[in-house]
Design a protein around this ligand. Structure first.
Ligand code: SF4
Length: 330
């Protein structure tokens, strides 16, 4: 693309040293995260002074987790939600936006815990779908990420009837003979990634029913990021490395818009060398990223001068001090 801030030959006066920041929309908090945070804040207020535990990360963002730790909410993280529940013996337990298996819910109630269910309504819809399909005798292929809590919860609906796949190789190795087959997806995956696997499944099992469950918040953020990235030189995704949807934003920008994309947790992670020669920088954020962190990144970039190639005499981004990031208030 043309660089609208290039120095014209023989003139230094018209040079604009600042990058243009494209604030990609929609970005950041989705309705599921907003509702989950609200539910946990309410539980922390109502049960102040009593034990309140969060079963795994409420959302995959360290800053949100830290905010609640400061309010006395205990994070219980373990390889599975069931294992985490073993560590909760009293008080209130909050189930995260990612959802849990029916077994986890039943066991929490059997232990006499006060259960606050903050499962996102979009995840609940996938659970309902899988319940209905398996109840009608379907075998279900579930496209999701091994080790992520959302597939763990969905697979728990009917462990013997659901097959988790996360790559084309996994799809190729499936041995399924059922005449009633369906495929569905983790809500936070990339639309384009799942499409390749769904296409392969259709080739192998032409009768398979497709239920794409990628949530609209994820889809809209990915589509907006790809479209905007085509007009940018580089894209910054603000989000935690633990966040599946933030990582997917990086992936779709780099694979589909063919632009460099970097994931940063806070403004402190930005590196001047990413912006050498850049005129337009896109900024987006994962669905679990606190707004304040994205605002800090945007504010920093807006006052940053485009760094020059090494050896240039002009002062670049290093001249602007990066602020310390602070905890979110929303
Ligand atoms: Fe719900 Fe989608 Fe947000 Fe996950 S990313 S919490 S499924 S709205």
């Amino acid at each position: 693309m043309s660089n609208q801030f290039e120095i014209e030959a023989g003139s230094g006066d018209c040079y604009d040293p600042n990058v243009e920041v494209v604030k990609i929309r929609p970005r950041g908090y989705c309705h599921g995260v907003v509702e989950a945070i609200r539910a946990l804040r309410l539980a922390a207020d109502e049960h102040e002074g009593e034990p309140v535990a969060m079963l795994g990360y409420l959302v995959h963002n360290e800053h949100v987790t830290r905010e609640f730790a400061e309010r006395g909410v205990k994070l219980v993280d373990a390889p599975s939600r069931l294992a985490a529940l073993d560590e909760v013996t009293e008080g209130t337990v909050v189930l995260t936006a990612h959802g849990v298996s029916p077994e986890v819910k039943e066991r929490a109630l059997a232990k006499g815990l006060n259960v606050v269910d903050a499962t996102c309504s979009d995840v609940v819809r996938t659970h309902d779908l899988v319940q209905r399909l398996t109840g009608e005798g379907y075998t279900v292929v579930y496209i999701g990420k091994v080790g992520h809590p959302e597939p763990e919860g969905v697979l728990g609906e009917a462990p013997n009837l659901i097959h988790l796949v996360q790559s084309l190789e996994d799809v190729d190795s499936l041995e399924l003979s059922s005449s009633k087959l369906a495929v569905t997806t983790q809500t936070t995956l990339s639309l384009w990634d799942t499409q390749a696997m769904i296409d392969r499944l259709r080739q192998r099992f032409p009768h398979i029913e497709v239920h794409n469950e990628i949530c609209s918040a994820t889809q809209e953020r990915q589509q907006a990021a790809v479209e905007a990235a085509k007009e940018c030189d580089v894209v910054i995704v603000v989000g935690s490395a633990r966040s599946s949807n933030s990582q997917r934003l990086v992936q779709v920008v780099s694979d589909l818009a063919n632009r460099p994309a970097y994931l940063v947790d806070t403004v402190a992670d930005l590196k001047p060398e990413w912006f050498v020669g850049c005129a337009r920088v896109g900024v987006t954020a994962g669905a679990s990223t606190p707004t304040v962190l994205t605002r800090e990144v945007i504010a920093y970039l807006e006052q940053m001068e485009t760094p020059e190639e090494p050896g240039s005499s002009r002062v670049g981004a290093a001249a602007v001090a990066k602020p310390e990031s602070h905890l979110p208030t929303n």
